[in-house]
Design a protein around this ligand. Structure first.
Ligand code: ZN
Ligand code: ZN
Length: 226
């Protein structure tokens, strides 16, 4: 039965959009709809249609122009779904022993169904985590990860501990699989052996092994410098 005067909860599709938009706005100051189409693997006209609805429902402003932004309402719902997504990732790892390579995708099926009561209970059980298992910040804890810098900001010879694999890499199966296979994951020590901008690569050493990374891959790995 439908209750009156309840704030309308966004659809699953809109929640998926809001989660990506939050990351884009945090990192780049604005939302680029072409990039959104890539991340969500949907056609640009589909994105355009969803954005039209989202503007109508008050989640975004500025469609059509170059700078698309979340409204406070859109941001609030975006925070909420992101929090639920990250809590589920932890639950899957800690309770269900789901491997890291699967937790992001599995969480995507479940995040939409979690009630506020259950969310509070998860926060209690999991001890109020500040980051997800990949090291990405829970909404409101962006400052907590601010000192973790991308590999490419390291100086040659410098070392650090991997703390974070960016949200975009969570959606990139091949990239995530590569990082898992090579143990380039949070907690791992890593040093920068060289950085060759003309070649679009850098070489890192982790666990006694050398890895040549493309700059795009390297930009997804964040370290706490030692
Ligand atoms: Zn995730
Ligand atoms: Zn995550």
């Amino acid at each position: 039965m439908k209750e009156e005067n309840q704030p309308q909860k966004p659809t699953h599709t809109v929640e998926d959009y809001l989660m990506r938009m939050l990351v884009m706005e945090r990192d780049h100051g604005a939302i680029v709809s072409a990039r959104l189409a890539e991340l969500l693997e949907v056609a640009p006209p589909t994105v355009a249609m969803t954005l039209r609805r989202m503007e109508r429902d008050g989640y975004v402003v500025g469609r059509g122009g170059k700078t698309l932004h979340l409204t406070p309402l859109g941001r609030e719902f975006g925070y909420s779904v992101t929090r639920r997504h990250m809590l589920i990732e932890w639950l899957l790892i800690k309770i269900f022993k789901v491997p890291l390579r699967q937790v992001h995708d599995e969480a995507h099926g479940l995040e939409h169904a979690i009630s506020e009561t259950l969310e509070e209970r998860m926060v209690e059980i999991l001890g109020d985590p500040k980051v997800c298992p990949h090291g990405n910040p829970m909404p409101g804890f962006e400052e907590f990860v601010a000192n973790w810098k991308p590999v490419l900001s390291m100086k040659t010879g410098q070392s650090g501990i991997i703390r974070r694999i960016h949200e975009n890499a969570e959606d990139d199966h091949d990239l995530l699989e590569y990082l898992i296979e090579n143990e380039l994951l949070p907690g791992q020590q890593l040093s920068l052996a060289n950085f060759l901008p003309f070649n679009q690569t850098c070489t890192v050493v982790a666990n006694g092994k050398e890895h040549t990374l493309g700059l795009r891959t390297a930009s997804q790995i964040f370290v706490e410098l030692e």
